[in-house]
Ligand binder design. Structure first.
Ligand code: ATP
Ligand code: MG
Length: 160
């Protein structure tokens, strides 16, 4: 079984196209865990994915509130950022994992590596690396068989 895929994102337009394609491979509820250096594009990706779901106005990254929840018709789009997470007790307050099994919910978590143990095996991990020429290398990793099955059956490409 495929477990990872690496793609190059050169511009915000590429990121837009990537997010739109990725959406096609997601089954809800979906959990996306984002990792990568400061400024590598985690929030930019979240914005593009939200847009793919019809949410056009994403609030600034929820670094201080830890999570923002958007409702778009039947869909719940949860944007969390664990950058400030210092104490694992905080996660209880956040109640983030409650969203993981909610029907019709997409949960996107920036700085997910701050609490790796929170994420179930079906999580789709996206790691962003900022390269010198300002392009991004995006690694998709997951043990979610259904995700890869959809990925392979629908052309097997995440960007073009
Ligand atoms: N693929 C891209 N092409 C061009 N610019 C990008 C791309 N991705 C992100 N950027 C720009 O890089 C800057 C930082 O991006 P962003 O805030 O999304 O990073 P981040 O990973 O969320 O950072 P943080 O770690 O602070 O949360 C923004 O100005 C954003 O518009
Ligand atoms: Mg961010």
């Amino acid at each position: 079984m495929k477990t990872h895929s690496i793609i190059t994102i050169k511009t915000l337009e590429d990121l837009h196209a990537f997010a739109a394609r990725l959406k096609q491979y997601l089954a809800l509820p979906a959990i996306l865990a984002l990792t990568g250096d400061l400024g590598s594009g985690k929030t930019a990706f979240t914005q593009q994915l939200a847009e793919a779901y019809g949410i056009n106005e994403l609030l600034p990254s929820p670094t201080f509130t830890l999570s923002n929840v958007y409702k778009q018709h039947d869909l719940l789009f949860v944007h969390a950022d664990l950058y400030r997470l210092m104490d694992t007790d905080e996660i209880t307050l956040l109640g983030l994992s409650d969203y993981f099994a909610e029907p019709n919910t997409v949960t996107v978590v920036e700085w997910a590596d701050r609490l790796t143990a929170l994420f179930p095996p079906q999580t789709i991990w996206l790691h962003l690396t900022l390269l010198e020429d300002n392009s991004r290398l995006l690694t998709v990793k997951s043990a979610n068989k259904e995700f890869w099955w959809r990925f392979e059956s629908k052309s097997g490409e995440l960007s073009r």
